[in-house]
Design a protein around this ligand. Structure first.
Ligand code: 0WD
Length: 254
């Protein structure tokens, strides 16, 4: 039998077929979940629709997470169409490219605010509107990176935003546990995606992982997908407020 049969799961953050959210969707679909994808704007709408078409029974809805009314409308549609929501995958982040190069000390007020709005606050904004739909209990997961706790070259304001995101995971877990809603993060090793294009020297980051990580290889996006599936399933029912590393063990090394 399948681990996610009869579960309705919202997947936010598919931009293309290399997106981590898309790999997570594959793992969830393989366990029988019914998926709803959101896309940010018309620019990616067709691409996300085409991808969703490859997973029978899945649907696609718009949502720019910087706009409260968008998230309100999404929650309304989900309640109408499904009634109950069981899971939420938040795989969204953004910072201006000029903030991901050079010194953190040069971060602008606007750049700081934007990175935090899209990369950290959006989890809160979405969770506060979705947990009321999780009337049978639920699981929320988001994506983080080691830059949340170490000062990594060029990651800069995104690292600070990921620290806020991981802290939010703990506060949200504390709030929502009473409703049997769990909240966790996966901290993934570097993976070549659209978002990774914004990170300078990405090749040397990958090389470092191959040299230093216990498993001596970079993170395969399917590994993140399978851990996300575990977090969305009954198998992880005792885990909340946690950050799970899927990084070939890189973060344990000195
Ligand atoms: O090495 C990596 N790629 C890692 C990524 C290592 C560890 C963590 N992560 C995180 C990212 O920080 C992010 O939180 O994983 C998450 C997913 O990132 P990804 O799959 O690497 O990147 P991508 O395929 O670009 O998906 C991120 C998407 C956006 O794509 P673009 O490139 O168009 O900005 O986040 C979405 C958008 O689809 N997004 C938004 N969605 C709704 N509203 C918004 C928004 N305002 N802004 C960005």
């Amino acid at each position: 039998s399948q681990l996610l049969e009869g579960k309705n799961i919202l997947v936010m953050g598919v931009a293309n077929d290399r997106s981590i959210a898309w790999a997570i969707a594959q793992s969830l679909a393989a366990q029988g979940a019914r998926l709803v994808f959101t896309y940010e704007n018309e620019r990616v709408q067709e691409r996300v629709k085409k991808l969703a078409d490859t997973l029978p029974g899945s649907t696609v809805l718009p949502c720019d997470v910087t706009v409260d009314e968008n998230i309100d409308a999404l929650a309304g549609l989900l309640k109408e169409q499904f009634g109950v929501l069981h899971g939420l995958v938040h795989s969204i982040a953004f910072a201006k490219s000029e903030e991901l190069d050079g010194l953190y000390v040069d971060t602008s007020r606007a750049g700081f605010a934007l990175a935090h709005d899209i990369s950290a606050y959006s989890l809160v904004a979405v969770a506060q509107r979705m947990y009321p739909l999780m009337t049978e209990g639920g699981s929320i997961m988001t994506m983080s990176y080691l830059g949340a706790e170490r000062a990594l070259k060029n990651y800069n304001v995104m690292g600070v935003a990921k620290a806020a995101l991981e802290s939010s995971v703990r506060y949200l877990a504390a709030d929502l546990g009473q409703y049997n809603v769990r909240v966790n993060a996966v901290s993934a090793g570097p993976i070549r995606t659209l978002a990774a294009k914004g990170i300078k020297d990405f090749n040397s980051i990958l090389r470092q992982v191959e040299e230093k990580a216990p498993l001596r290889r970079t993170t395969d996006v399917a590994e993140v997908g399978d851990t996300a599936m575990f977090l969305l399933s009954h198998l992880s029912r005792g885990i909340t407020g946690e950050v799970i590393y899927v990084d070939s063990g890189y973060h344990i090394m000195g």
